[in-house]
Write a new protein. Sequence first.
Lengths: 76, 206
Amino acid sequence: MKLTKTTMAAALAAAAFLAGCTELSQEPARSYAGKEDAKPYAGDEFKGDKQKWEKALAARADNQNEYLRTPQAPAK
Amino acid sequence: MARMKFICDAERCIECNGCVTACKNEHEVPWGVNRRRLVTVKDGVPGERSISVACMHCSDAPCMAVCPVDCFYKTDEGIVLHDKDLCIGCGYCFYACPFGAPQFPQAGAFGLRGKMDKCTYCAGGPEENASADEYRKYGRNRLAEGKLPACAEMCSTKALLAGDGEVITKIYRTRVTTRGKGDEIWGWAMAYGGSAKLADLPGGRA
């Protein structure tokens, strides 16, 4: 009986200790009460094609890197 | 796709206010409301730096946590948006936001506050994409047109970068390795202590 109590106490202590290692959820704790928003790729432009939309945005993002747009300087 | 983010490279920002003007013009933001603005430190003395600040579209947004009417939501791309039809203009989000992003237009006499307005990452709001209602309440939805936010695309020195977090971090890394200096993440040491160098951060190899 005494052993069971000690084991249970140890198990509880271990559970409480390990709870600190739990990864907290990144999901918002509160729910959204407003209207549903349409997906950005749902309109006439992309007609629900998410991959095409992502490709268009990736091209735009890469275009911000002028090292890709300008010719490489000649080696000295 | 990862998460949509902004990065402002303090080594490049020349305080031209082009991003502020682009945002104002693109969304016809009312007088007195600034979705984006420039913050300058050490103005006029050596070591002067400017950064462009707007809503940072936080991963764990404090504005979402404090809103009493739950009008905030986050898109699949990590953009924090809100429903103006639900907003009561209480101002809690303004107090909660560490960047001062939520803005309140004057809605009448005696300084009466209107509904909250903030940077939408040019992603509109909970209305039909590219509709007149969406434009009137939230501004233009450039993301639905396959474009990035106007502020970043307008930036003349490309100090302000917008896009997928992984892509723009890569661009930033290329810059600091090419120019051989300025790989300090501006404000990092002040906020968290230790080294501010990109290369010294966990997993960071500039």
